[in-house]
Design a protein around this ligand. Structure first.
Ligand code: FAD
Ligand code: EPU
Length: 337
């Protein structure tokens, strides 16, 4: 294991922030993580890094960045209907989806083209186009950073919610995720409710889609509106879609009949943050080297050379104007460091 000092992280975060880490080390095995525990790395300031696609660095990191590269995919069990697969946390998420789709293992095709590593996927319970990781995840394996023990939690214990899990709360900074187990299906039950998937399949004249068709449709939809971080720095949706009371929703709808909502429970609904931001006039607006993306207002971008503090200042202005116009408080989805 090689520890590097004053490492520039520009190639390790999809926002493209040029910040340095005091120390930087890559781990390839559980044993290497245990060595770092013995060295006391996790007793001072540290940050566990996957693909860097859900973070905004606002300053140099005064501590050790531990980049997780623990890889490996193996089949644990299978029968005529299902297949249980173990996937190492350092595997690339999208490559894992493509691998599963190629094997005709269904369940994660709607989650195609989400950047980042497998190990971060349970942290915010990644979701897109009608599917969330919690729908297929059976177990999360991790190392307890206080003592180096390997432990695991089953799905129900992970407290999954919309962009939420136990790893953002009581286990935050306490564990390093080493792998996950998924139960995928051989008899496919496709999730096609999301309007954009239906329209994309129609455009392609596909009436009886395979999981490969669904994966391709999701990739096409995403490429049509989300900026590719290789071309324009970003971390996907900057804010979560807010969950508000039905009363507040009805009040907003009186003066904005075009607003849509997704039911959450009897008293609350989820609304599109992108819509709120667009109504406040931010869509496509650029301030210095940062701005809200022209095709998806919820995505804040780095046009090149932006500082994290500039992106954060823009985010705060957006939060203020959405609060003033709609009395809704947007919360960041991206981890601000
Ligand atoms: P990082 O950004 O490296 O880390 C994220 C957090 O997880 C950090 O707090 C980090 O400390 C922690 N972490 C990472 N690995 C570990 C580990 N092994 N153990 C413990 N903690 C760890 N997300 C969605 O849910 N749906 C989408 O549709 C979606 N679309 C996106 C589109 C674009 C263009 C981009 C840039 C991002 C998008 N995202 C989306 C957000 C992001 O891709 C996901 O949140 C992804 O899971 C982050 O993975 P990562 O490896 O890059 O995590
Ligand atoms: N909308 C606008 N203007 C915009 C953008 C969106 O009005 O500029 C409205 C439209 O009404 C649209 C609706 O918002 O119909 C929903 O937009 P979209 O389908 O693009 O999805 P989203 O709600 O903006 C969420 C996730 C994405 C995920 C997509 C697809 C969150 C915070 N974001 O975005 O996840 O890919 O749905 O399921 O939940 C991410 O987490 O980084 C991410 C990209």
């Amino acid at each position: 294991m090689k520890t590097e000092q004053h490492k520039n992280l520009i190639d390790y975060n999809t926002f493209g922030m040029s910040v340095t880490a005091d120390s930087f080390v890559e781990v390839n095995s559980i044993e290497e993580v245990q060595q770092l525990i013995k060295q006391g790395v996790f007793q001072s300031n540290f940050f566990i890094l996957g693909g860097g696609s859900n973070i905004l660095f606002t300053k140099n990191f005064d501590g050790t960045v531990v980049k997780n590269n623990i890889t490996g995919i193996r089949v644990l069990n299978e029968d005529n209907e299902n297949i249980d697969v173990y996937i190492g946390a350092g595997e690339n998420w999208h490559q894992t989806v493509l691998h599963c789709v190629d094997q005709d293992w269904g369940g994660i095709e709607n989650l195609s083209l989400i950047p980042g590593c497998v190990g971060a996927a349970p942290i915010q319970n990644i979701g897109a186009y009608g599917v969330e990781l919690e729908d297929v995840l059976t177990r999360v394996h991790f190392i307890d950073l206080s003592n180096g023990e390997s432990k695991s939690l089953e799905n129900k214990q992970c407290q999954f919610g919309y962009r939420n899990s136990i790893f953002k709360h009581s286990l935050k900074n306490k564990v390093l995720i080493t792998g996950i187990e998924l139960r995928l299906s051989k008899k496919h039950d496709l999730s096609l409710e999301y309007g954009a998937i239906k329209s994309q399949l129609e455009i392609e004249n596909i009436t009886n889609p395979t999981i490969k068709d669904v994966s391709n449709a999701v990739i096409a939809i995403r490429q049509s509106k989300l900026p590719d971080p290789a071309e324009l720095g970003n971390s996907g949706s900057f804010f979560k879609n807010p969950i508000i009371s039905t009363d507040l929703f009805n009040e907003i709808k009186k003066s904005n009949p075009s607003i849509n909502c997704y039911p959450v429970n009897e008293t609350h609904v989820k609304i599109a943050a992108g819509w709120l931001i667009e109504q406040c006039g931010w869509k496509g607006k650029r301030i210095g080297n940062t701005g809200s993306h022209a095709k998806q207002a919820l995505v804040l971008v780095n046009y090149g050379g932006a500082k994290g503090s500039e992106v954060l200042a823009l985010a705060n202005k957006i939060i203020e104007s959405v609060k003033e116009a709609f009395n809704v408080t947007l919360e960041p989805e991206v981890n601000i460091i």
